[in-house]
Design a protein around this ligand. Structure first.
Ligand code: HEM
Length: 515
């Protein structure tokens, strides 16, 4: 009998402990944090038990079916909660994602302090395991020594000397794509193309070359499997949001798991194969270095001071690059084409520049690319108005002071890139107009603060693929301008939306006419 009582007591004690933890974490802690910020004059929507402001955020979202005129004033649509609460509470405010507090910061001085001056006090936020499995546990998710080691190795691929060697490959992929468009032309010399799908394939091809180099064909087959796996997994994720859903043996999950195993085992085989061929071939090849080569060599030359690079690490880096390189650059190309289709004046200015610089060459050379100033300004304006990544997140590792703001350890910070890019106080009254001319005197002079333009992030964790993306985009836009004039198709609906990346919800149908 006494044993029973003891059992009951232990169970009761456990339940009490859990209830106490829940009440502290979901009720008292948020109230304490809210008061902490209130005392500093930082306000925000009130915390609601368990959900925080998630319901309000969902309610503020415009219905996805709603599209609007060809306006670039897109923040109220794509970042509704930020637009709404910034108008009420000012540039710095507190918002609750469940019981997690996020401080939204759009003051350039605070952002500079956070990402440049005191960057060691902040860390990237863990990606949930389900997302990590899809996007790969590579560079963007690494921290500390392991991150620094991988970043140092992978940077070699993105040196401008190496990228320049990739230009002929990129030019060929672009030419093949444009030839296919030409072959679809009607008798009147016009064709309608939904460009976003084509730019995805183009960027996939470029990133596959960048990662696999001479093993392109094997790599292509693997990335095709990864693309299929992504499609199945995102589909399942969208259907039902239950944390454990990904573990249930549904038909789609079973297919997704098998595809994941296939991607992994094919990559392992390819890595082993490349390892062997690199052992026999000591010669320095003429062509560009690819990621597989660079990382395999680094894994075999590991010195004892650096964390060892295992085969699993190489697999994860390959998976990550696929996602990081494919969707971002294709978004930039899609939005730039839409913007040039809307603005025939800038389209013609850019075309004149391309013909002046490239003369009779049908593919710009590396020197030509460096001279395409107007095309560069247009790409910057496109990245300003439609940044593929709309926001950056960080977490304070230790108690930190930013300006007058005291941030307790664990506070998450949200930098709304898209909001800063559309801030009239930084960019002037024409903030929502397409005006590449603002970048004429360089990025640093385009706005009141150089921090106002940050499509590739800032500081140590800024985008490693920035130069690759810009070279690819300049080349693609120049070659398109050389062959066609273009305008929006009547079916185009201007509906920017965030699906991880900022994309046109109904695609980008464009009418191309042979010059
Ligand atoms: C228009 C094209 C692109 C845009 C706008 C873009 C944007 C960004 C941004 C904003 C970050 C920083 C995120 C943060 O601070 O949390 C980032 C990081 C990163 N990007 Fe890009 N990116 C682009 C193209 C690429 C390409 C082509 C690649 C590779 C092939 C790439 C690979 C990466 C990687 C690996 C990181 C993580 C770097 C680290 O944590 O050290 N990106 N990118």
């Amino acid at each position: 009998m006494e044993d029973y009582w003891l059992c009951y007591l232990i169970i009761f004690w456990f339940v009490l402990l859990i209830v106490q933890k829940v009440v502290i974490n979901l009720y008292f802690r948020p109230r304490r944090i809210q008061n902490h910020f209130l005392k500093q004059g930082i306000r925000g929507p009130k915390y609601n038990f368990l959900l925080g402001n998630l319901k309000e955020i969902a309610d503020l979202q415009l219905p996805s079916s709603q599209h609007f005129s060809l306006s670039h004033d897109i923040v109220p649509r794509v970042f509704s909660f930020y637009h709404h609460w910034k108008n009420i509470y000012g540039a710095t405010f507190v918002v609750w994602f469940g019981a997690t507090v996020r401080v939204s910061i759009s003051d350039p001085t605070l952002i500079r302090d956070m990402l440049l001056v005191k960057s060691d006090n902040f860390e990237k936020i863990e990606t949930p395991p389900s997302a990590k499995k899809l996007e790969g546990d590579g560079l963007p998710n690494l921290r500390g020594e392991k991150w620094a080691h991988h970043r140092k190795i992978l940077t070699q691929i993105f040196y401008s000397q190496n990228l320049k060697l990739m230009i002929p490959m990129m030019g060929k992929s672009m030419k093949d794509m444009l030839n296919k468009w030409s072959s679809k032309m009607c008798k009147d010399g016009k064709v309608e193309i939904e460009v976003s799908k084509w730019f995805l394939s183009l960027s996939e091809e470029v990133v596959t070359h960048t990662v696999f180099g001479s093993s392109y064909e094997d790599g292509k087959a693997i990335f095709e499997l990864q693309a299929q796996q992504l499609a199945y997994a995102t589909n399942a994720f969208h259907q039902l949001f239950i944390p454990a859903f990904r573990f249930l043996p549904t038909k789609k999950n079973i297919i997704s798991w098998k595809l994941d195993r296939d991607v992994r085992s094919s990559l392992m085989k390819l890595i082993e194969h490349r390892k062997k061929s690199l052992e026999f071939d000591e010669s320095e090849l003429e062509g560009p270095k690819d990621m597989l080569e660079v990382i395999i060599k680094a894994s075999s030359n590991n010195n004892s001071n650096s964390p060892a690079i295992k085969v699993d690490d190489i697999v994860e880096e390959c998976k990550t690059m696929f996602l990081a390189g494919k969707y971002t650059t294709s978004n930039l190309l899609t939005w730039t084409t839409i913007l040039l289709a809307m603005n025939p004046h800038w389209q013609q200015l850019a075309r004149d520049e391309v013909f002046n610089v490239c003369g009779a060459r049908d593919t710009p050379s590396k020197d030509d690319i460096a001279k395409l100033k107007i095309v560069g300004m247009i790409l910057n304006e496109s990245l300003r108005l439609y940044p593929p990544l709309a926001a950056i997140l960080r977490r304070a590792k230790i108690d930190t002071k930013l300006g007058n703001l005291n941030l307790p350890k664990g506070t998450e910070l949200l930098i709304p890139t898209i909001g800063i890019h559309h801030d009239a106080e930084l960019w002037g009254d024409d903030v929502n107009e397409f005006n590449p001319g603002r970048f004429e005197r360089g990025v640093a002079q385009a706005a009141k603060s150089p921090i106002a333009f940050m499509p590739f992030g800032l500081g140590a964790r800024h985008c490693i693929g920035q130069n690759l993306a810009i070279i690819q985009a300049k080349l693609a836009i120049a070659m398109m301008l050389m062959r066609f004039s273009f305008q929006l198709a009547p079916t185009y609906q201007h509906a920017p939306t965030i699906h991880i990346f900022l994309c046109p919800q109904y695609g980008a149908p464009i009418i191309f006419k042979k010059l």
